[in-house]
Design a protein around this ligand. Structure first.
Ligand SMILES: NC(=O)c1ccc[n+]([C@@H]2O[C@H](COP(=O)([O-])OP(=O)(O)OC[C@H]3O[C@@H](n4cnc5c(N)ncnc54)[C@H](OP(=O)(O)O)[C@@H]3O)[C@@H](O)[C@H]2O)c1
Length: 175
């Protein structure tokens, strides 16, 4: 990747699913540091440690599954959108839980990559730029109990693991 960068064929290098440990290992040897690290990041997996590390080293954090992947067929998935704190904040702001989840991501300084195939939800997801979550409600959101979606699926039967790899794994590493 550094050779491609040197040749001008790549304008920047990006990585995905790099934990703090992997990012530190990479930064210790990279001549061209990554511009971005795309990771699972949402209200139930807020990635505080990784965000601080990336910020301190000039690496942009980009959040996949910012809504917590609500339509996922995976068993036992923890729901961001039905979390009582998220619902309560949404009610106070007269916004939807999805809008709160996305706006929180923007206010934390990350880019967000929500996916929707539904026109009304795409519009809803765009309507997050002319309002903000006040400090006291951001503090409430930071108190949400944390759980990584991926970690819930690390010990599934092989049939699920095969499905998972086609859904989630790109050219990346998780640990
Ligand atoms: N780098 C990686 O390893 C990695 C891993 C996973 C995902 N990703 C990328 O991250 C992006 C999003 O990930 P994701 O699809 O897992 O998670 P997501 O955006 O958190 O969730 C998508 C789900 O949320 C639903 N949804 C969208 N807007 C909604 C709203 N306003 N209210 C209620 N439900 C809503 C969608 O259903 P409808 O379509 O029916 O609206 C869809 O089922 C994708 O582009 C994906 O490729 C990257």
């Amino acid at each position: 990747m550094e050779k491609l960068y040197d040749s001008g064929k790549a304008r920047a290098i990006g990585v995905s699913n790099f934990s703090s440990k992997k990012m530190e290992d990479l930064l210790a040897v990279a001549r061209v540091p990554p511009a971005v690290n795309q990771v699972e990041c949402h209200l139930i997996w807020q990635q505080d440690k990784l965000r601080k590390l990336c910020h301190s080293r000039g690496v942009h954090l980009s959040a996949f599954s910012p809504l917590g992947s609500p339509g996922s067929p995976l068993p036992g998935i923890i729901s961001v959108l039905s979390n009582p704190i998220v619902i309560s904040v949404a009610e106070k702001l007269q916004k939807t839980p999805a809008q709160v989840a996305l706006r929180w991501g923007l206010q934390m300084g990350q880019s967000i990559l929500p996916k929707s195939t539904n026109e009304a939800r795409i519009k809803e997801n765009f309507d997050i730029f002319d309002w903000s979550i006040p400090k006291d409600l951001m503090a409430e959101l930071s108190g949400i109990k944390q759980a990584c979606l991926k970690s819930q699926h690390m010990f599934l039967p092989m049939s699920h693991v095969i499905d998972l790899s086609s859904m989630f794994v790109t050219s990346t590493t998780w640990k």
